[in-house]
Design a protein around this ligand. Structure first.
Ligand SMILES: [Zn+2]
Length: 408
């Protein structure tokens, strides 16, 4: 038996009703009534396919399918069910509902695996409330349980109290840290980009998750009259900002794909038509799948900013905001995924992931692989998000074959 597009559609749409907004999207932030309802729904689904469910101390939900040898570390799969505001119903949820469908397929085919298989719902991937990636960070032993339980959201609510509001006592729950106790991790996820659709393919096998460098640059010039100040005597902070925007684009294009570079925010002061800009603030976000290319490009952009400041007679300051190195997927697992894709007749390609995922954390403690399914028009983090049901089913078929192969 293969996976059923109808069942997947039914489960995803039911989950997508929970936290539906008037704007037609879904808002489901952790430890809200909607989140607790979604957790109950998913836990029920897990149990209906025979998984033994448990929540760990930071709110990850784990459903376990026993193997012949219960002492061996399990093969794990899963994703997240929290969303950004007014999200679609696919981001994260495809990997959770898909993993549960994969368990149905294994059950129907009478598969008994040697290793146990675990389906995980990572808590708070998006991190609209509290720190993003909280669940996978804790599972990968990159954050202590206490630091997460004692964190607060923007309104001052304590993680621990918000969690227990759902009716569970944290004290009796197992620790999330699983170093040495996960054989392999595979995440099924929507691409959130246009490549698979454009190439008319069913799945993408992820080679790496992009690393990111983000920094904020501010320039300080001198305000002056737009008519009275000769061009040679200006200290124009807006001009410096504009040159930075162009520099990020120019340098990134010179490096070539898969390098991407974005200035998403430019703010200028005083922002008046006939006044030379006194201050400006430019965000820079550069990403690449290769760490050394990323470091050298980020360094080159910073050196160029220094030169721009000199050329425009402005003062500048750079504040680093985010430094994440690229995460390589396991070549062995990617090969297994490739073999399984061929076996189920899925047309595939190899690509990298621009967005980050829970897999990024899991890769710190175990070998990982990622399977992407196409996103229509590349849309994501929006209610326009859509993936053809049969394409999700193809992804689930590749996932279930991969889990069987890895848990032998
Ligand atoms: Zn996601």
């Amino acid at each position: 038996m293969r996976s059923s597009a109808d069942r997947i559609k039914g489960d995803l749409e039911t989950l997508g009703e929970i936290g539906k907004t008037e704007a037609g999207g879904v808002s489901r932030f952790i430890f809200t009534d909607e989140d607790f309802e979604a957790r109950r729904f998913i836990t029920g689904l897990m149990q209906s396919v025979g998984l033994r469910t448990v929540s760990d101390k930071v709110g990850n939900i784990i459903g376990r399918r026993p193997g012949r040898n219960e002492d061996l570390p399990p093969v794990m799969t899963g994703s997240h069910i929290d969303t950004v505001p007014n999200a679609g119903i696919f981001d994260g949820c495809v990997g959770v509902v898909g993993a549960i469908e994969a368990m149905r397929v294994l059950n129907a085919n009478g598969v008994t695996s040697n290793r146990p298989i675990e389906v995980v719902v990572f808590n708070n991937e998006e991190g609209v409330r509290f720190e993003p990636l909280a669940g996978s960070k804790a599972m990968a032993c990159q954050a202590s349980v206490d630091s997460i339980l004692n964190s607060r959201d923007r309104d001052g609510a304590l993680f621990r109290e918000a969690f227990e509001r759902g009716g569970q006592r944290i004290d009796g729950l197992p620790s999330p840290c699983r170093r040495g106790r996960v054989r392999a991790f595979v995440e099924l996820h929507i691409e959130q980009g246009p490549i698979l659709e454009k190439k008319g393919l069913d799945i993408g096998i992820v080679g790496a998750i992009f690393g990111i460098r983000q920094f904020l640059t501010s320039f300080r010039g001198v305000a002056g009259h737009a008519g009275g100040t000769p061009m040679s005597m200006r200290k124009d902070a807006v001009l410096a900002a504009a040159k930075t925007v162009v520099a990020v684009d120019e340098i990134t294009k010179r490096y070539g794909p898969p390098a991407v570079g974005t200035v998403g925010s430019v703010r200028v002061y005083p922002g008046v038509v006939n006044v030379i800009g006194e201050q400006s603030e430019v965000s820079v976000d550069v990403r690449d799948s290769d760490g050394s290319r990323l470091r050298s490009r980020s360094g080159e952009v910073k050196r160029r900013i220094k030169a721009i400041a000199r050329a425009t007679s402005t003062e500048f300051e750079i504040v680093d905001r985010l430094e994440i190195d690229p995460t390589a997927m396991s070549r062995r697992i990617s090969r297994v995924i490739e073999v399984c894709a061929k076996r189920v007749g899925a047309r595939y390609t190899h690509l990298d992931s621009g967005p980050y995922h829970d897999t990024m954390m899991m890769a710190k403690i175990t070998k990982c692989g990622m399977i992407f399914v196409p996103s229509r028009d590349g849309a994501s983090h929006s209610r326009k998000e859509f993936t053809e049901w049969r394409q999700i089913a193809k992804g689930v078929d590749v996932l279930s074959e991969t889990l069987v192969a890895l848990s032998k």
